[in-house]
Design a protein around this ligand. Structure first.
Ligand code: AVJ
Length: 334
């Protein structure tokens, strides 16, 4: 925990559940497992170093990438209702990133005068630090407590109901849930439900199933930003695991699979070659055309979300979409 002096008071600013050395240890074990498995796969959380986060922000502004704008449209329309319905005293945002959309929620909760604490939670230290600092500046009097962690492993350590209490609202926006497979989603929803008490809420942003052409376009933008984003994981491995991936030897491959209702995102080796990963003491061989999965982006239906959340003992409270029916924002009570 980092304590910084504010005026004369020592205030806890940031809980780091994942220190830099643990982050690299986690990267090492996940990369080793992924590079040795068949087919090869890397977890998507490793896209997001500072450059990867910037590239993702650029993706959210692409004409083809409708997700962020659609979610924003729903939040703009529903934030007041969310504030009145939840009367949240604590807002916890998982995968907060730059928390741009969160400001819509914070404004509504501030207006309802119920909110006293904001907890941005992200795997990326600079993201949590900068977001916490910015929000603190914009909302004087709000207790902002950043937490650095991995939402799949650290849900259990999220703030418990405070003594003074008040409902908690956990927001998980942007369809990051789509990065998890069905088993991981079930585990995550169950772990989340376990830390919530009656009166608490879960707000979930989830992208919806739609025609393949639009989904393919959203993950194969004309400007090529998604290519850079996908290949960024190779730079992360080069820097943090002393690897020698050559980006130019890989192609970005992304396509919607309607049978599995997900966009499968991969890097495909152009030529047969061997990549030294010195930090893992590995020589990783790729055959020509071999694909390594770097991400799945699952698309949802209302019925599918309801099944999964009800199975984890949540109760449906609200289900909203944007005007075009592209994206969903749903509220679940504990
Ligand atoms: C941040 C996981 C929601 O799946 O749409 C965007 C990441 N990958 N373009 C998504 C992403 C390629 C994004 N999520």
């Amino acid at each position: 925990m980092v304590r910084r002096s504010v005026g004369n008071v020592l205030v806890p600013k940031l809980d780091v559940l994942l220190e830099e050395n643990e982050r690299v240890a986690l990267l090492r074990s996940e990369a080793r497992r992924g590079l040795l498995s068949r087919p090869k796969a890397l977890p998507p959380k490793w896209f997001y170093d500072a450059r990867g986060s910037t590239l993702f922000e650029a993706i959210t502004r692409l004409p083809e990438y409708y997700l962020t704008r659609r979610e924003r449209e729903i939040l703009d329309a529903r934030a007041g209702e969310i504030a009145r319905r939840t009367r949240a005293a604590t807002l916890i945002e998982l995968g907060a990133g730059s928390a741009e959309k969160t400001r819509v929620l914070l404004n509504a909760l501030a207006e309802a005068r119920t909110l006293n604490r904001f907890v941005p939670f992200d795997v990326c230290v600079p993201a949590v630090h900068d977001t916490a600092a910015a929000i603190r500046g914009e909302y004087p009097g709000l207790d902002v407590h950043g937490v650095v962690g991995d939402f799949q492993r650290h849900v259990e350590v999220l703030p418990r109901p405070a003594l003074a209490g008040g409902p908690r609202l956990i927001a998980f926006l942007g369809s990051t849930i789509g990065n998890l497979d069905a088993a991981e989603r079930a585990h995550f929803f169950t772990a989340l439900r376990r830390i919530l008490a009656p009166g608490d809420f879960f707000l979930l942003g989830a992208d919806l199933v739609k025609d393949k052409a639009r989904l393919d376009a959203a993950y194969n933008d004309a400007a090529g930003v998604t290519v850079q984003f996908n290949k960024n994981v190779l730079r992360v491995l080069n820097r943090d695991l002393d690897a020698a991936f050559d980006e130019s030897r890989f192609d970005h491959v992304a396509g919607y699979d309607p049978a599995r209702q997900l966009v499968d995102i991969r890097l495909r080796a152009r030529v047969s070659h061997v990549v030294p990963v010195r930090g893992l003491d590995l020589m990783v061989a790729f055959s020509a055309g071999e694909e390594m999965r770097t991400e799945i982006s699952t698309k949802f239906t209302r019925a599918g979300l309801e099944r999964a959340l009800v199975a984890a003992s949540f109760q449906p409270a609200e289900f909203w979409t944007d005007g075009a029916g592209d994206f969903s924002l749903s509220l679940w009570s504990a």
